[in-house]
Structures are given as C-alpha cells and as structure tokens.
Write a protein that binds this ligand. Structure first.
Ligand code: NCD
Ligand code: ZN
Length: 349
C-alpha cells in the first residue's frame, strides 16, 4: 500500500550549515528541500556582528544550488562581543532575524557563550524591544548536574527567571528534548520550541545500549523513552508551539569516531523522511504539515510556502539510501535517517 501526503514546502528553523568545504557540501541538502533556514551562528569565529552575518549569508547563497526558493535567515551569537546598537541596526535593516544564546561549554563551538543568562539582561531587553525571538540552547553546564537532567535544570534555574523578569520576551527553546521541556513550553505562552528529527525518532538506549553510537551523540543528549514519547505527543497533537528545527550539525567522521566524539547529528538529507516516519507510526500523518510547514512560519511571522511537496511511503523499502557524504577536502560525514529514508519518496508537486 502507498500512503501519500502533500505539504507546503517546509522550513528548517534551526540548522548548522558550517563554512568553507563543509558548507559547500551540505548546503544543497537544505536548499533543495527547505524554504527558510534559521542559520546558527556557532562558526569557529562566532557570528557576533551584522557585518559577519551578512558575509556569511553571501557565502551561503553563493554556494547554494540555484532554482530553489531557499531563504537563509541569519542569527547573531549572544556573547561579550555582541553590540546591542549593531544588533538593533541588523534587525531594523532586515539582516538579522534572531539572537542565539549558548551556555558556554554546553555544546560544539559554545565557548564564546554565557556563564549565566543573567549576565546578558541588556541584550535580552533589546531583543524583547525589537520583537524578535531569543533562541536558547537550554542546557545547564553545572558539572554536578547529570547530563540527562541538564535541560530541565536549565529551564528551572535560568530560563524561568528570565521569562519572569522580561515577560514580553519571545523565546524559542531550541531542540527541546525532554518531557520537562514540553511542560515548560506549555506553561509559558511566549515560549515555543523547535524539535529535531533525531530526538523524535530515537531514545538513549539507541545511543548507548547496543554498541555506543557516536553518530547519535548530540547536545542536548537524546534522552529517555518517556521523553521521546512526550515529544512525539506534543508534535503530533498539532500544538502550534512546536515546529521543526532539524539541528542538522555535520561533523567529519574523524571528529565523531575518536576518543571524544563531537556533538551533532547530520540529518539535512533525510530529516524530513525521519519525521514523516514518526508521524506515520503514530497514525498522525495528517498533522505533519502543521509541524514542518505552518507552525514555525506562524511563530516567525511568515506565511507557509505556496510550493508543495508530496511525500509517499512504500511498505516495501527501497534497497538502500546513500549513507555518507564526502567533502572536497576529503572529509566524510555520515547521514542520519537512512533507515527511515528507504520507505519514502519526496517530490515537488
Ligand atoms: C551543534 C553543532 O555541532 O554545532 N551540535 C549539537 O549537538 N546539536 C550545536 C548545537 O546546536 O548544540
Ligand atoms: Zn544546533
């Protein structure tokens, strides 16, 4: 039996496109499938100024394939180097769409982030005043906190007080990964959340139980089965506060398979198929378009795309999907989602 659904061309509200040879190799996957892409600023020299964001945007556009309605949106990295006058100018000129806060040390290239949100109240006041969203990597960096509890602890200790201090601030909890995160979003009307394909489709036993899987290692860490179920329930319910952000985060295998794996899952190629499979298995394929196409566009104040994609599921899988990508400088990156991708074909209508 073939099951088929049509959706507006989706948006990716959280993606790492990297730079140089890696950017050149990965950008086509995002550009060929997604319309808006909220581009994360955690390059090795973080994107902290409007000039740097515009230069990065130019590199992205020049390396993206033509012929697609692909629209990268730029973010600024919240750090000591961020200048609020520059931020204001960037937002008012349309160059900058959001500010991203990383707790220093929480994840890949987060060293320039904050020790505490309370140190950046002046930036957050400007973000609220400009009416843009504050994008938050919500993970405690307190070494005393268990890695599986870090999202819940951060929300309670840092984000809840901030929401109380600046009630008009709009916040996106990025890559929400726990039941506690879902509850936090539901309890705060100005807080929404992006959700990744891998947090919806895997749980920590997949990461750890049957041979440790560096390709599933990301931050926030993929959490328990109960957390996964809470995420699936939130996104399949059609709740408008939850939308797709793939958090596609490519790393060369040399950085993944060493003694200390870097955090990040590369899902730009098959993330949509993974999400479709999650919705299919939950018996909620009809709710897919809300999650991947219309909820996020409403949160970010744009109309859903008028272009459409058709997703078709075959019960008999294709024999294989491409497993890896090679960059021009010889790096290899492993695709996430090949298991799901073999069931799906995706085409423009
Ligand atoms: C991201 C990366 O590699 O840039 N890694 C990840 O595990 N998600 C950074 C991030 O979003 O945390
Ligand atoms: Zn990310």
């Amino acid at each position: 039996m073939v099951r088929s659904i049509e959706i507006p061309r989706p948006d990716d509200w959280h993606v790492h496109l990297r730079d140089d040879a890696m950017l050149a190799s990965v950008v086509a996957f995002t550009a060929s499938r997604f319309r808006y892409a909220m581009v994360m600023p955690n390059l090795v020299a973080p994107v902290t100024s409007v000039v740097a964001a515009l230069a990065y945007r130019d590199r992205i556009v020049s390396l993206a394939p033509t012929g697609f309605d692909f629209r990268p949106l730029m973010t600024l990295y919240c750090s000591a180097a961020l200048d609020t006058a520059d931020l204001r100018h960037g937002v008012e000129s349309g160059a900058v769409k959001a500010v991203k806060y990383y707790p220093a040390g929480a994840t890949t290239n987060s060293e320039a982030g904050g020790a505490a949100m309370a140190d950046f109240m002046d930036v957050f006041e400007v973000v609220a005043d400009l009416g843009i969203r504050l994008l938050v990597h919500a993970e405690s960096t307190d070494p005393a906190v268990d890695v599986f509890d870090r999202e819940a602890v951060f929300l309670e200790r840092e984000l809840a007080p901030l929401c109380e201090a600046i009630p008009e601030l709009h916040v996106t909890v990025e890559h929400v990964s726990t039941a506690a995160g879902v509850e936090f979003v539901s309890a705060h009307p100005r807080v929404a959340a992006s959700v990744t394909p891998h947090h919806l489709a895997r749980e920590r036993s997949d990461l750890l139980a049957d041979g440790m899987r560096p390709d599933l290692y990301c931050k926030p860490i993929i959490n328990s089965r109960a957390d996964q179920e809470a995420l699936i329930a939130a996104v399949t319910s059609g709740d408008a506060a939850f939308f797709l952000g793939t958090d596609s985060a490519p790393h060369p295998t040399t950085d993944k398979y060493g003694p200390r794996a870097k955090a990040g899952v590369f899902n730009a190629a098959y993330g949509l198929e993974v999400v479709a499979e999650v919705f299919h298995r939950a018996g909620c394929l009809d709710a897919l378009g809300a999650f991947v196409s219309s909820n996020g566009s409403a949160i970010y104040g744009v109309e859903p795309s008028t272009e459409r994609l058709r997703l078709e599921r075959q019960d008999v899988p294709r024999s294989s999907a491409v497993m890896t990508l090679a960059t021009a400088t010889g790096a290899e990156v492993v695709h996430f989602g090949t298991e799901e991708a073999v069931f799906w074909t995706v085409n423009p209508v």
